[in-house]
Design a binder for this molecule. Sequence first.
Ligand SMILES: NC(=O)C1=CN([C@@H]2O[C@H](COP(=O)(O)OP(=O)(O)OC[C@H]3O[C@@H](n4cnc5c(N)ncnc54)[C@H](O)[C@@H]3O)[C@@H](O)[C@H]2O)C=CC1
Ligand SMILES: CC(C)CCC[C@@H](C)[C@H]1CC[C@H]2[C@@H]3[C@H](O)CC4=CC(=O)CC[C@]4(C)[C@H]3CC[C@]12C
Length: 380
Amino acid sequence: MTVGSGQVYVVTGGCGFLGSHLVRMLLEHEKNISEIRVFDLHLDESLRTLSNDRVKVRLISGDISRLEDVREALRGSHLVIHTASLVDVWGRVPASKITEVNVTGTMNVLQACKEEEVQYLVYTSSMEVVGPNIHGDHFYRGNEDTEYRIYHKEPYPLSKAKAEKLVLEANGAKIKGGKLLYTCSLRPTGIYGEGHELMKQFHRQGLRTGRCVFRAIPPAIEHGRVYVGNVAWMHLLAARQLQIHPSTLGGQVYFCYDSSPYKSYEDFNMEFLSACGFKIIGSRPLVPYFLLYLLALLNALMQWVLHGFFTYAPILNPYTLAVASTTFTVQTDKAEKHFGYQPLYAWEEAKKRTITWVKSLEVSRKDLKDVGEKGNYCCN
Ligand SMILES: NC(=O)C1=CN([C@@H]2O[C@H](COP(=O)(O)OP(=O)(O)OC[C@H]3O[C@@H](n4cnc5c(N)ncnc54)[C@H](O)[C@@H]3O)[C@@H](O)[C@H]2O)C=CC1
Ligand SMILES: CC(C)CCC[C@@H](C)[C@H]1CC[C@H]2[C@@H]3[C@H](O)CC4=CC(=O)CC[C@]4(C)[C@H]3CC[C@]12C
């Protein structure tokens, strides 16, 4: 549907880390829209103030796992960017809840597209639908066609893989009014940037250890990371080109990455934390892998024992250790060839923006009670 001179886009999960960047990206760079509907279970009222004289930002509170909520949000819209998801590899929420949101929620979006005559859907998938698997099979500079031993046991990657399959299978389906539905799926690697909750955790954790990060992963293990602004930019381009060239993009998957350097997860985080005086201790892991694995197992056991009394969900568990310890990097030009994707932000710009944000965490913490870390810099 086109309102006034522009189209109506729906962004599910639009108040999240990626979603909020996506809303801002659409406002700044998409001239063909007149309304952005931000559909989320947890609304961020600050997004409402982003409306301008050209584009209205409309916040819609709803649950993706309830079909009626989704149908109402999509009614009269032109295109959906579906990023709403429970992103949990720590056991914070039950597996059933992850499935309900990530799989049933996606089914609802597809159903609502068909019933509300929405022809275009861009799905935010993940590198996790491919890997890394827990067997330690490295994925080195892989692309969308690279053979890989895909093995999912964990609820989150399993749910993303199932959801992506549903989205791709729905491409070309007849919708109400006799039109066809066109879908495509974007697979970001590990996203970083302003607002990344996990980076906040690493920052908090580092403050508790005197701004020291004790190396746990061999530096040779490389993980692909992508700046949130470039992920948002790729979604905007895919949404635009899916409408112009549906037969090219329809039913396709695209890895989403940029020129961020391939590094171990810890070394990459230090690109930002070191600007706040953090130091990584050890040129190689300070404890042998088997000890780290024992600790991860202990965390999993503690989570099981405390289940029902207290949600114990530390960063380190057997799955996160396996993922962190397995190289997963992508190198592909499929998105460039199909819809002209080039990162909007170069690495230096992405790094600068992220450092500025991480430094703002320091300022906000200084507004809190003293954390007793004044001058407590390790390894001076
Ligand atoms: N964070 C990362 O490193 C990566 C994330 N992704 C994908 O990107 C997307 C966005 O992820 P993030 O921004 O990191 O997560 P996030 O947790 O910041 O955002 C997800 C949003 O979905 C909303 N949501 C959750 N359950 C809902 C429900 N039942 N109904 C409506 N809204 C609901 C949340 O309130 C939140 O605003 C997800 O689909 C995720 O799978 C893909 C690759 C990497
Ligand atoms: C062993 C040390 C304590 C370091 C732990 C780091 C891990 C918490 C993270 C290493 C790799 C991350 C995952 C990766 O970036 C792929 C992802 C894709 C998504 O769609 C969601 C997030 C994640 C699973 C991401 C989660 C944190 C890591 C496991």
